[in-house]
Design a protein around this ligand. Structure first.
Ligand code: NA7
Length: 545
């Protein structure tokens, strides 16, 4: 049957963010026909959706950028240490133009369903616009923090003001001038947005469930001389990032925090806190045992708590802002600009919803157990169904019609975070079981995309058609991810790394904390050993009549 909507391609890529754009470029260059589906009406993924005030990357721009094309890397000029969302989006749009990517991207189209057809060895993909496409390969480039979550509090539909989620911010922006605003959530997005919303709003109330550790971003324009010098040795900088723990080229720690004297530690932390050139990961990489020893970790945690007490005038508010329930870094640390200072402003108020829980949203605002609040606008900086949410939102059916969502009911299982047993020729970029959210996303994304491209290229070169992780390899990797996770303090915190922010989500440490460098080596070795842990097969011969 012919259907004008139907198309057969070599690969379908879901998502046109950082991963999808590079995948398209890379696979097309390998000679594949590719169709990308993107739900937004533009490319850019995270940097398309997250337009809230203050949205910025918190990995340095010169590290958080593609390295795959030396000309792009040299040509693009970054303006700031941590550029704002608009600049990152402009960069990604430039990449899409520069590599002529738009012609294979279908915008405003959401993939709803993908099923593996065993008889043809192809994926059947459907979209919310009625597209039906078949593809030999399906790559989910849907992001780790893309399925936005509004809290399950009753009454939102009755609210007469306007409400927003930071991850779905209106294109035209929002003016909070003259408005009374409530913000729920104090993760990275809340921490970035709160000081700027406070500049406009007449009254701002922040509802905090867990105080986070917020380090000063020390953002500033990039000195052109510095930019030139990084570009002159970019190859070296990138390679160091690829071999590092977190995908950022910082010196590896040399000793335990407990071996250092209190004075030595203090001066190290002080240097990190005040250094204009500091990085998000500097505290975690200051000593060898920051993420494995509670006692070591607490030296950094206490340093930050002391700074909070210094900055915040009201001791009661300072105490509310001081994290004591989780070790430093076991929930993603935040970078802020004037974050703690904002709570000194007379029109800004902090409410601890652990002590005084949110009961419902009302037509005029929000009600906690103890108090009624009136707002003209509500902002949910409440995060995402991380790592698995965007994957399980699609009906992905592997062999025998098994739904990925059901296979993962007790937690995600992958081999290397790249493949799932029973789902041949399906790849996930920065999937659960990969370093993804514990790394510089760019470093991880490029590694994944290149590995997937090579795996497909090698398969084809060998005259084979399918590649699929074995159950044994998947079991072993899933166990390994869990074991390494449990050598650290991460599982002791309630975090989205553990699925804790989504009621009913299984409590599993989802990312791989073995380090970007070692992970990369493992992936390379697996490929070099003939794709160890994968079964690769040729097309079945048509059955004899
Ligand atoms: P996060 O880091 O998940 O932060 C969400 C915040 O919202 C966090 O403070 C949550 O408290 C809070 N939250 C979530 N649900 C509720 C409810 N129901 N009531 C009160 N408070 C709630 O998301 P972000 O968007 O800030 O950052 C995501 C990532 O983007 C970030 O890590 C970087 O990688 C960039 P909780 O801590 O769960 O108690």
């Amino acid at each position: 049957a012919t259907d004008t909507n139907s198309r057969d391609v070599d690969a379908v890529v879901v998502g046109a963010g950082l991963s999808g754009l590079y995948l398209l470029h890379r696979l097309r260059r390998q000679g594949l026909t590719v169709r990308v589906f993107e739900a937004g009406d533009g490319v850019g993924g995270t940097w398309y959706w997250n337009r809230y005030p203050g949205a910025r990357v918190d990995v340095k721009s010169m590290d958080y950028s593609y390295s795959f094309d030396p000309d792009l890397e040299q040509d693009w000029v970054w303006t700031e240490k941590y550029p704002p969302q608009e600049e990152l989006l402009r960069y990604l749009e430039h990449v899409a133009d520069r590599f002529d990517l738009y012609r294979d991207i279908r915008l405003e189209t959401r993939v709803t369903e993908a099923s593996w057809d065993d008889s043809t060895d192809r994926w059947h993909v459907r979209t919310d616009r009625g597209d039906q496409v078949t593809a030999q390969f399906l790559v989910m480039a849907t992001g780790c923090l893309s399925a936005a979550k509004v809290p399950e509090v009753p009454g939102l539909e009755t609210f007469r003001g306007r409400w927003y989620h930071t991850g779905h911010w209106p294109r035209e922006g929002v003016d909070f001038s003259g408005r009374r605003v409530g913000v729920v959530g104090t993760g990275s997005s809340g921490v970035q947005a709160i000081p700027l919303i406070a500049e406009q709003a007449t009254e701002l109330t922040v509802f905090q469930r867990t105080p986070n550790f917020v380090l000063p971003a020390r953002n500033h324009p990039i000195d052109p001389e510095h930019q030139r010098s990084v570009k002159a040795r970019y190859g070296e900088v990138r390679e160091a990032a690829r071999q590092s723990a977190f995908g950022i080229a910082v010196p590896a720690p040399q000793k335990s925090a407990l071996e250092a004297s209190p004075e030595e530690r203090e001066s190290r932390f002080e240097q990190i806190w005040y250094d204009e050139d500091n990085n998000l990961v500097d505290m975690l990489t200051s000593y060898t045992d920051m993420i494995t020893s509670r006692e070591a970790n607490d030296t950094a945690a206490q340093y930050v708590r002391d700074r909070i007490a210094e900055i915040v005038d009201d001791p009661e508010v300072a105490a509310m802002l001081q994290p004591t329930d989780h070790p430093f870094g076991t929930k993603r640390p935040c970078l802020g600009t004037n974050y703690y200072e904002t709570f000194n402003l007379p029109h800004v108020r902090l409410v601890d919803v652990r002590r005084d829980p949110i009961v419902e949203i009302t037509p005029t605002g929000l009600r906690t157990a103890a108090e009624d609040f009136e707002f003209d606008a509500l902002v949910f900086a409440t995060g995402f169904d991380a790592m698995t949410g965007a994957l399980t939102a699609v009906d992905i059916r592997g062999r025998d019609g098994v739904l990925l969502r059901e296979k993962w009911a007790a937690g995600p299982r992958t081999y290397l975070g790249l493949q799932v047993a029973g789902f041949p020729n399906l790849f996930t970029i920065t999937g659960p079981g990969s370093p993804s959210v514990l790394s510089n996303m760019m470093t991880s994304i490029e590694q994944h995309v290149e590995w997937v491209g090579d795996a497909i290229g090698d398969l084809r070169a060998c005259g084979l058609t399918t590649i699929e992780a074995t159950v044994e390899a998947e079991d072993a990797w899933t166990r390994h991810v869990d074991e390494v996770g449990h050598t650290t303090l991460y599982p002791t915190a309630n975090s989205w790394y553990m699925g804790d922010n989504v009621p009913g989500k299984p409590r599993v440490f989802m990312p791989y904390i073995g380090g970007v460098g070692p992970y990369r080596q493992r992936c390379t070795d697996v490929a070099a050993c003939g794709y160890e842990g994968f079964v690769r097969s040729a097309a079945r011969q048509p059955a004899a009549a």
